[in-house]
Design a protein around this ligand. Structure first.
Ligand code: FES
Length: 178
């Protein structure tokens, strides 16, 4: 894949730039557009974002490295995060992580043996009333997480089934399960 943005993507990024008095404010949405396109944020991609926004590489790298939702490594395609913070930690988040590790036979980096999944603990996802909470590939939440729900999500993804949430924009997230 050619390492560049399409005209439509540049237009989309410029729309974000136009919203703010300072173009640095458009770094986050521009990084998101880049990650959606390339899958993760390599040094080359970060430079592309910086050049497109006409801001420094250091600025863009600083934002990308601060937020965990921006992926700085080329990881397996399906990311499953489980909140183990405060409420979720008390309500089974840690046990759900243990289940995932065993079910997916993950290595030290949290990558599954089949190379399709990546797991990690998350800080508070802001949905503490439905603890424990999980998040799939930086998008949809799974509330009141159980091992059964995790198994269902994994098997659907493993079967290549498109989960409905994948087409929902980040700004319009809804629940996968009640
Ligand atoms: S503690 Fe898990 S969502 Fe807040």
């Amino acid at each position: 894949m050619e390492h560049s943005f399409t005209e439509a993507e540049v237009k989309e990024i410029q729309k974000h730039v136009a919203k703010y008095p300072d173009r640095n404010s458009a770094i986050m949405p521009a990084l998101w557009i880049a990650q959606e396109k390339f899958g993760w944020l390599s040094a080359e991609t970060i430079k592309l974002v910086a050049d497109t926004l006409d801001v420094s590489y250091a600025r863009v790298y600083g934002v990308a490295s601060f937020y965990t939702m921006y992926l700085k490594q080329n990881c397996p395609p399906n990311l499953i995060e489980v909140c183990t913070c405060f409420s979720c930690g008390e309500c089974g988040g840690k046990e759900r992580m243990t289940f995932l590790k065993e079910y997916l036979h993950t290595n030290e980096q949290g990558h599954s043996a089949d190379g399709k999944f990546w797991i990690r603990e998350a800080e508070c996802l802001g949905a503490c009333d439905t603890a424990p909470v999980g998040q799939v590939s930086n998008r949809r939440f799974v509330h009141n997480l159980t091992d059964e729900k995790l198994r269902e999500v994994i098997e659907k993804l493993r079967a290549g089934e498109t989960l409905s949430f994948e087409s929902i924009p980040l700004t319009d997230q809804t629940q996968i399960d009640g």
